[in-house]
Design a binder for this molecule. Structure first.
Ligand code: SF4
Ligand SMILES: [Zn+2]
Length: 363
């Protein structure tokens, strides 16, 4: 797959420059740190057909190959900060998983709610250089034993999603609903490859969707809300088109990630230069109202759990607490209940809406 041209080559050089600076500042992790995950938590979440809880574990691996290689990685991504480029061995990753599980197993087994387990490694779970077969099967065996874990989500770039990997996870987790998270970011090839540097064509995404369907495995497509070089209006249009395209493709879950400015990313550099502002909540809410109907939500799950919401780096309106809290509350309740009425009923506007209306065409 060749998506590079002169414009992207330029972007790649810039992304690589900032990545090299970041990598220089990463200190090696201690043995103790490598035996514990980056983080793990439990919180309320939307399961396929009910309100439940998520058990999320962020595993530390050697890092995303796309970010470590000649391509420099995606323009908004700073995940390489969590990686251990020196390598993390299989035992350490298994220990990370076991540590989180031991810590939370009692709580999960005694909870009235059902759970989705989300295994993230800030890269690709199916990339052998990050997570080996030994680690994958160790994790699958443990998950298979826990009845309360009804769903599992892992993430991968499409180049690592193969029949063998899908068959393996399907065979180990026969009674669970499995979803593969893919960072599609947008259905627009130009924005994805020229502004985000994702190195992914929509055609290849569709092939992976098809392959997953053959194994009875669902797809969770991540959409990046407001990629760099788009203003608020452009972001709403882009995300609306993407949501509609994914609905037509019968994707199982859409997860909208409003861009948050990550340390060491190229977008952080644009932000320091006042050439990028993280999205306004008003835009996201408008986009949701325009793009989906209650009928669509019978067949598709739409989720969004923005990182850094309400802060300068994350999605925000003005910086008044109550203004952002109202928006977060609306979003949280909409996601948990998959009910658009929440947005209509609880939407309060703040004085900053006038400023938003003036700025939305420019930044
Ligand atoms: S967004 Fe995903 S694919 Fe892109 S560099 Fe980050 S971890 Fe890699
Ligand atoms: Zn406000």
């Amino acid at each position: 797959m060749k998506v590079s041209d002169k414009k992207t080559d330029n972007l790649i050089e810039k992304i690589k420059f900032f990545r090299v600076q970041t990598l220089k500042n990463i200190k090696p992790y201690s043995k103790e740190q490598l035996n514990k995950p980056v983080s793990f938590w439990i919180k309320k979440d939307r399961l396929l057909n009910e309100i439940g809880k998520e058990f999320t574990i962020i595993l530390r691996t050697r890092g995303c190959n796309w970010a470590l290689g000649e391509t420099g990685g995606c323009s908004m991504c700073g995940y390489i900060q969590d990686a251990n480029i020196e390598d993390v061995n299989a035992n350490q990753i298994m220990n990370q998983f076991d540590y989180a599980l031991q810590n939370k197993l009692d709580e999960i087994e005694n909870d009235e709610y059902n759970y989705v387990i989300k295994l993230f490694n800030s890269g690709s779970f199916f990339d052998e250089s990050e997570v080996t077969q030994q680690v994958r099967t160790h994790i699958y065996e443990k998950i298979a034993e826990i009845k309360k874990l009804k769903e599992i989500v892992v993430e991968s770039r499409v180049e690592y999603i193969t029949s063998e990997k899908l068959k393996e996870i399907r065979d180990f987790l026969k009674n669970k609903y499995i979803e593969i998270g893919i960072g599609l970011e947008t259905s627009d090839d130009y924005i994805r490859n020229n502004y985000i540097n994702k190195g992914l064509l929509f055609e290849d995404f569709k092939k992976s969707v098809q392959l997953c369907k053959e194994y009875g495995i669902g797809i969770k497509a991540y959409l990046l809300f407001k990629p760099p070089f788009l203003n608020e209006i452009g972001a709403i249009d882009d995300c609306e088109n993407s949501i509609k395209t994914l609905i037509n493709l019968n994707i199982n879950t859409i997860s909208i990630n409003p861009l948050n400015i990550q340390k060491g990313s190229f977008v952080e550099h644009l932000w320091y230069q006042n050439r990028y502002r993280s999205p306004w909540f008003y835009s996201l809410i408008k986009c949701l109202k325009k793009s989906i109907t209650q009928k669509d939500l019978k067949n598709i799950r739409l989720v969004s759990d923005p990182s850094g919401a309400g802060t300068k780096r994350g999605i925000h309106n003005c910086l008044k607490r109550e203004c952002n809290e109202n928006m977060m509350e609306i979003l949280r309740n909409f996601v948990l209940n998959q009910d658009l009425n929440y947005i209509e009923k609880h939407y309060n506007t703040c004085n900053c809406r006038t400023k938003y209306q003036l700025q939305r065409h420019y930044c």
